[in-house]
Design a protein around this ligand. Structure first.
Ligand SMILES: *Cc1c(COP(=O)(O)O)cnc(C)c1O
Ligand SMILES: [Zn+2]
Length: 416
């Protein structure tokens, strides 16, 4: 069957058709999905899109979805909310949050990439789907595999947050803990992928998987009234999400759906795992792999597959990259929660903390329209907040008990 997309080498531009493979056999560079934009032009219009279901499948002309595929899971179209209270705290007058902490079904942006990868797993005839994961991808693969009748094998570093482990097991997936970091897990998975006929969403299905991230960009543009923001701040692990939002904005410009504009891309990492941000800061053209050590485990990829492409997108947009300490990650999670009522995970703390720092440095200016990508849910990373809040003794269910309690509480806050 001919599809409206094909795999193309990012370096030598050779076309490879559609197959479960992520690298060019000629030059070993990564493969990307290429569309016939002219063919998309007639149907990918603001009016048509507005009439479609309110989820990521509405952008199907620009997604690698096999002809005739019937989506079963309404992923995407998460809220874009204005964040005036957070903005007042960090020095931005036109701040927005794209809130993928409430993505369906597993509360992170990884639901998007898995939706698109599994559409292709089905087309390629895989019965078993798999992934190496820093946590959120494990949850997303396990849930969507259950819903679509795939068997799932999930490989994770042993030290993952308990909520992300449970949030994989509940869906009946086989979970394999590896005594090693993510980069070691990922290397093992490449070997397993060659031995077994499995669809690894982020390895042999990676070009398709990665396209799912573009929908964050399409949604932001549509939610702004088919307009692009001045700046966007994106947390980076493998560097795929930021690269793909960049691609999405450029496709919308090429199709004339939004006015042409240079959006500055700002990458965010934890200092304890910052191979991409340090390459940007050094002005280097290659990534020095690191051994991750940070509470932001969802971003703890020391050897990022798309790191180089991320630095290129950041640089050519006129943006920058920053990183923050674990302590700043925690206080930034709290700042987001107390100002906007959004409980983002550690990666959200990374994004908010880096945005604050970029504003302080004058790289993001107060009057510019700036979108922060919150990509995962804080209920999955509560261990990062261990010891931050005390739980007091219960009081009797009587008014006098509460009167005594509030009297003491007021006295304490008057003193402190
Ligand atoms: C995976 C992940 C990212 C970044 O993903 P890449 O595309 O690998 O850069 C960001 N935030 C969260 C919460 C994630 O799980
Ligand atoms: Zn090539």
């Amino acid at each position: 069957m001919t599809e409206h997309y094909t795999l193309r080498c990012r370096e030598c531009n050779r076309d490879w058709g559609n197959r479960p493979s992520s690298i060019c056999e000629d030059c070993l560079a990564p493969l990307d999905v290429k569309y016939d934009l002219d063919a998309a032009r007639s149907t990918f219009t603001r009016e048509n899109i507005a009439r479609r279901p309110v989820n990521l499948w509405r952008y199907s002309e620009l997604l690698p979805i096999p002809a005739g595929y019937k989506p079963e899971i309404p992923v995407g179209m998460t809220p874009l909310v204005s964040a005036a209270r957070l903005g007042a705290q960090i020095g931005s007058r036109r701040l927005y949050i794209k809130n993928d902490a409430v993505n369906f079904p597993t509360l992170s942006f990884k639901d998007r990439v898995v939706a698109v990868a599994l559409a292709n797993a089905k087309a390629f005839g895989f019965q078993t789907v798999s992934c190496s994961s820093t946590g959120n991808l494990a949850n997303a693969v396990a849930a969507q595999a259950a819903r679509q009748g795939f068997d799932a094998w999930i490989f994770i570093p042993a030290d993952l947050e308990p909520a992300k482990i449970l949030g994989t097991q509940i869906f009946g997936a086989r979970l394999v803990r590896i005594a090693g970091n993510y980069d070691q897990v990922n290397r093992l998975c490449s070997q397993i992928g060659e031995r077994f006929q499995w669809g690894f969403v982020n390895i042999n299905l990676r070009p398709y998987y990665a396209e799912g991230s573009k929908t964050v960009g399409y949604e932001i543009a549509e939610q702004l009234g088919w307009r692009l923001p001045d700046n966007i701040v994106v947390p980076m692990a493998g560097g795929s999400l930021i690269t793909k939002i960049y691609k999405a904005f450029n496709e919308l410009i090429a199709l004339g759906i939004v006015e042409s504009k240079t959006v500055r891309f700002f990458g965010a990492q934890a200092t304890g795992c910052s191979p991409i941000s340090s390459a940007v800061k050094r002005g280097a053209d290659e990534i020095d792999p690191q051994k991750p050590s940070t509470i932001a485990r969802s971003l703890a990829i020391g050897n990022p597959a798309d790191g180089l492409y991320a630095t290129r997108a950041i640089r050519s947009s006129g943006g920058w990259s920053e990183d923050v300490s674990d302590a700043e990650i925690v206080t930034s999670m709290e700042l987001l929660a107390t100002t906007e009522g959004i409980f983002g995970e550690t990666a959200a703390g990374v994004t908010v903390g880096c945005a604050k720092s970029l504003i302080e440095q004058g790289r993001i200016r107060p009057d510019e329209e700036t979108v922060l990508c919150v990509t995962g849910n804080g209920l999955k990373t509560t261990d990062a907040l261990a010891g931050r809040y005390t739980v007091e003794d219960a009081i009797e269910p009587r008014l006098v008990a509460f009167e005594k309690y509030i009297g003491q509480a007021m006295a304490v806050s008057a003193v402190s």
